[in-house]
Design a protein around this ligand. Structure first.
Ligand SMILES: CC(C)(COP(=O)(O)OP(=O)(O)OC[C@H]1O[C@@H](n2cnc3c(N)ncnc32)[C@H](O)[C@@H]1OP(=O)(O)O)[C@@H](O)C(=O)NCCC(=O)NCCS
Length: 180
């Protein structure tokens, strides 16, 4: 499952990506945006396990999967995309995105990658509704989602407890109908 536009490629993760994903998922800067300011503290084996769990190859795609975002002809990894909770009956799925290489943020890559990913999910999973949640304070992320047409469904006050800082944070639920 690979998809590319002129400068970005999206492909499924493989075990060779584990070390980089571990670095990203343990990084306080990256994970702070999703409410995990200490990072995830994962081992290489933990990450390899997550990758194995979400591999395609069965008769139908798994309910959750991870993808890498690669930049340029040299295909340098700059971030990751994921889907989870795919429900083939209700035709819904949740998505997430991180542009992890800080120098590659605010260059339009997040918009391009998520736009391509939505097309990929529609063709591969046949989903009609895509959902996501985001911390209200993560302004770059929800602005990106709104630009791509996601509609704010609700604001859940104090819905996320950040264990590291003992803060209660508001969460925004978004939804996009992709078959209309
Ligand atoms: C959110 C994120 C994916 C955006 O990716 P990006 O490649 O930097 O975003 P783009 O350059 O494609 O920007 C698209 C739009 O998003 C919004 N945006 C992105 N960065 C922004 C910022 N720092 N401040 C305000 N708006 C921002 C803008 O509306 C922007 O459009 P514009 O540049 O025409 O104003 C990226 O910042 C990121 O990965 N952050 C850390 C992890 C994270 O928060 N993931 C989302 C979890 S819900």
């Amino acid at each position: 499952m690979t998809k590319s536009n002129s400068s970005l490629t999206i492909r499924e993760v493989c075990l060779e990506d584990a070390a980089l994903l571990m670095q990203w998922w343990n990084d306080p800067e990256i994970m702070g945006h999703v409410g995990l300011p200490a990072g995830l503290g994962l081992s290489l084996a933990d990450v390899q396990k997550s990758i194995r769990k979400g591999k395609s190859g069965e008769s139908q795609p798994p309910s959750s999967m991870l993808f890498m975002v690669l930049l340029g002809t040299e295909k340098r990894p700059i971030g990751e995309l994921n889907y989870s909770g795919w429900d083939p009956v209700r035709s819904t799925v949740a998505v997430g995105i991180k542009i992890c290489e800080i120098g590659s943020r605010r260059c339009g890559h997040g918009r391009a990658a998520l736009g391509e990913f939505l097309k990929l999910l529609q063709s591969r999973l046949g989903v009609s509704t895509v959902t996501l949640d985001v911390l209200a304070r993560n302004i770059p992320a929800w602005r990106l989602y709104e630009e791509l047409g996601f509609r704010l469904v609700r604001r859940r006050r104090d819905a996320y407890h950040c264990a590291e800082t003992d803060e209660l944070l508001d969460v925004l639920d978004y939804c996009l109908d992709v078959d209309g």
